[in-house]
Design a protein around this ligand. Structure first.
Ligand code: DO4
Ligand code: MG
Length: 293
């Protein structure tokens, strides 16, 4: 069971989408209200949704006919890094352009007990399905990072799964790891969506297929696939470090790191279309616009 938000007669509307793709309008204002109501009633979110849609008519349209909104206005989006071997190798390359002669920060963090976790975005910097992600004006090496996103409550419990794009500037990060916040955080540098899959309906989060495609002038320019079974860390390990001595807000999203990196010569350009698909969650599509657009 997935939860989406869409525009209905000018207003934001919450809805549940079952495995057959049928859409049922929900009365709650947003995903958090749904989770909170389930908590108050001491039932699971899935039970609550099933009760609400029982005997109700589904909408007569398909999800791709709706104008979707970001499924959650996450107050904060955090991100874990170097959680896949592929990410470690890509960072090593961008930091040394192939001149690798010693253990780097990235090798060390890949094996360390403490994971890399950084503040990636806020609601105002995050776009939803169909939205425009923006390029930085001072970078010539920019890529999307397709990642599984964990939707958390204030205690760090995983209440849902979504798709995230951790837009990144490889040249800025490669120049100096202390530039990480600038390589990661700027206007419209993060996207989430198109849906949140209720956590209890995901059998095995360590077996989700991730596919990413980038189209340029209507032609596929890059494609990559990965599986969350390649993840070095456990999801609970990441959330435990995130909540440690921290204040977390309901609806915080934690991106779990990328395993798909385009070829080194590739950089995003205005007009590109990015697709990120994760099995059981959906396909997040965004359009790339140049700096200042
Ligand atoms: O070390 C920098 C960030 C890594 C990251 O974002 C990732 O591995 O996905
Ligand atoms: Mg990332």
């Amino acid at each position: 069971m997935k939860i989406i938000r869409f525009i209905n007669e000018g207003l934001s509307q919450l809805a549940a989408v079952n495995d057959e793709g049928q859409i049922f309008v929900l009365l709650q204002s947003d995903f958090l209200a749904l989770i909170q109501e389930a908590d108050e009633k001491e039932i699971s979110p899935l039970e609550l949704v099933l009760k609400m849609i029982e005997g109700r008519e589904a909408l007569t349209c398909q999800v791709d006919q709706l104008e979707l909104l970001v499924p959650i206005e996450a107050p904060e989006v955090w991100a874990a890094g170097v959680t896949y071997e592929r990410s470690r190798d890509a960072r090593n390359y961008e930091a040394t352009e192939g001149r690798l002669d010693a253990l780097t920060f990235y090798d060390k963090v890949y094996d360390a007990v403490r994971p890399e976790i950084f503040l990636k975005s806020t609601a105002a910097r995050t776009v939803g399905p169909g939205g425009e992600v923006q390029l930085r004006s001072d970078s010539v090496w920019q890529v999307p990072e397709p990642e599984l996103g964990l939707v958390l409550n204030a205690t760090g419990k995983i209440v849902g799964y979504t798709i995230g794009n951790d837009m990144s500037c490889r040249d800025i990060e490669g120049e100096n790891p202390l530039y990480l916040p600038q390589a990661k955080v700027w206007k419209r540098s993060c996207s989430l969506g198109p849906a949140i899959r209720l956590a209890e309906t995901v059998d095995d989060p360590y077996n989700l297929q991730i596919t990413s495609r980038i189209y340029r002038n209507g032609e596929k320019a890059v494609e990559g696939t990965a599986n969350t079974n390649q993840l070095k860390r456990k999801l609970d390990e990441l959330t435990e470090f995130l909540i440690r001595d921290n204040e977390l807000f309901d609806g915080t999203v934690l991106l779990t790191g990328t395993c798909i990196v385009p070829p080194n010569e590739f950089t995003l350009a205005h007009g590109d279309r990015i697709e990120i698909e994760i099995s059981g969650i959906g396909k997040l599509v965004n359009h790339v616009v140049g700096a200042g657009s």
